[in-house]
Design a protein around this ligand. Structure first.
Ligand code: NAD
Length: 479
């Protein structure tokens, strides 16, 4: 399988003929190659985007909306093909790709196709000065969208859809680890009638292709989702050029369980919030804190349920835990399990590589639960981003609040309680951009999405995304 760049509506090889191998996590084999694009490819994409911009930014909202909704419909009618590609490229269970990843990518286009027709700007009458102010929301120009490997098409389109809806032209780079569905998207955009040059998809390493995007002086905004260290690097490069930046970064999210919760619901959701997508979701509740009075019971019940999860080939409908995304990532996650052992953590279940019959070289790992005795240990502080969670008891609201907030990240937090006053107190004080109470990852695309502290800067979702992808210009008229 040969993946090409999609520039000016055409599929093209990289100018310098540099390629990367694309691995299948389920069996460890190379099954394709992708461009490692250089700054010359990014420049070509920029030229195409720049020349498409005047016309696209002046295209009526209804016409833009129609095209985005058409892309959504085409994704829906190609669901099987996209889900298979996503599962093969990423290692995630096919059931997850079919039920979550691809439907959500389609929803992203439908949502922003509709949202742009509802996006209103403000006006203010300056009473006493005989003046009226109105605010224009103008497309920025050419913008860059860079996304990670964990939810490949889901997050790629979460950026592209609002950028296009707002009238920008886009240069987008998916993760080099999972390029396949982004490649397939190009064809769909052409079929939907997206004019040439409006969306350009360039493939390659972060340090070559990604770097060329963030360094480009005329790419005026960067929407980035990925690791915190990469986000900090992007901020350093972009700041002297005054680019607009949206950074959605890492997380180490607490899952806080009080004794007064609905136990059954909490238990089932906690298994999902710990291990969905092999624990490779920035929102996973990777630090579980349980009120002491139910800690021992929870420990037994949780471990029993985790042991029932089936690790297997991603294409098997029975599989709950597929393959981790890459060999280096598997090795990194396993290193953390060793670190936990050295730090006096107790492995309650899992901790070992799994050999799946017929796919012995795949990157499989048992879902792992580690009991820790000190919330400051490394496995409780650093993002592991795999099927590994820590658990520990707490004795008071103040104690758990302090432990929950004592990490550098602040993306999401989950609370399990039926006490309304406690819910309000905790929600106000937790360091996180997203709080779920008695649920997890229930998403409404209108809501602001993003983190605080090392989890990022800015918010995506709903009108927040459309505000990011536009420049506000105030016009004041004296009459
Ligand atoms: P990563 O930072 O390694 O890579 C993300 C993207 O950035 C890739 O496309 C990569 O090629 C590119 N990149 C790398 N170096 C670059 C550079 N110098 N210039 C420009 N682009 C560059 O992250 P990853 O390993 O792909 O993803 C995992 C991370 O993403 C985790 O930390 C996870 O928490 C985070 N994440 C955050 C969210 C969120 O919404 N906050 C969502 C999903 C994943």
């Amino acid at each position: 399988m040969i993946i090409q760049n999609y520039i000016n509506g055409q599929f093209q090889d990289p100018i310098q003929d540099q390629w990367l191998d694309n691995y299948c996590p389920a069996n460890g084999e190379v099954y394709g190659r992708i461009p490692n694009s250089s700054s010359a490819d990014v420049e070509n994409a920029y030229i195409a985007a720049k020349s498409a911009f005047p016309s696209w930014s002046q295209t009526s909202l209804e016409a833009r909306s129609r095209i985005l909704i058409k892309i959504s419909e085409l994704l829906e009618s190609n669901l099987e093909k996209f889900a298979e590609a996503e599962s093969r490229d990423n290692g995630k269970p096919i059931s997850l790709a079919k039920s979550v990843d691809i439907p959500r990518a389609a929803s992203n286009f439908r949502f922003f196709g509709n949202a742009i027709t509802q996006f209103a700007s403000e006006s203010h009458e300056s009473i006493g000065s005989n003046a009226i102010n109105y605010t224009l929301r103008q497309a920025i120009g050419v913008v860059g969208c860079i996304s990670p490997w964990n939810l490949p098409l889901y997050l790629f389109t979460w950026k592209i859809a609002p950028a296009l809806a707002a009238g920008n032209c886009v240069i987008a780079k998916p993760s080099e680890v999972t390029p396949l569905t982004a490649y397939l998207l190009g064809e769909i955009c052409t079929q939907a009638g997206l004019p040439n040059g409006v969306l350009n998809i360039v493939h390659g390493l972060g340090t070559t292709t990604g770097q060329a995007i963030i360094e480009h002086p005329n790419i005026k905004a960067i929407s980035f989702t990925g690791g915190t260290a990469t986000g900090a690097h992007i901020a350093r490069v972009a700041a002297p050029m005054f680019k607009k930046l949206s950074l959605e970064l890492g997380g180490k999210n607490p899952n806080i369980i009080f004794a007064d919760c609905d136990y059954k619901d909490m238990l089932e959701t906690s298994v999902r919030s710990s291990f969905a997508n092999q624990g490779q979701i920035c929102l996973c509740g990777s630090r579980i804190f349980v009120e002491a009075s139910i800690y021992e019971k929870f420990k037994i019940d949780f471990v029993e349920k985790v042991k029932q999860l089936k690790v297997g080939h991603p294409s098997n409908d029975e599989t709950n835990i597929g393959a981790l995304v890459s060999k280096p990532h598997l090795e990194k996650v396993m290193e953390f399990i060793d670190i936990a052992k050295n730090e006096d953590g107790k492995i309650l279940c899992g901790g070992n590589k799994v050999t799946v019959k017929g796919f012995e070289d795949g990157y499989y790992l048992e879902p792992t639960v580690i009991e820790v005795h000190n919330d400051e240990c490394r496995v409780n502080q650093e993002e592991i981003f795999g099927p590994v969670v820590t658990i520990m008891p707490f004795h008071s609201e103040d104690e758990v609040l302090q432990m929950a907030n004592k990490v550098k990240y602040g993306l999401s937090a989950t609370l399990w309680t039926n006490n309304l006053k406690r819910t309000m107190r905790m929600s106000n004080q937790l360091h996180a951009g997203i709080i779920w109470v008695n649920t997890w990852m229930l998403r409404d695309l209108r809501t602001p999405f993003g983190g605080v502290k090392a989890s990022g800067v800015g918010r995506e979702g709903g009108f927040e995304a459309l505000r990011f992808f536009t420049e506000a210009k105030n016009v004041c008229i004296k009459y």
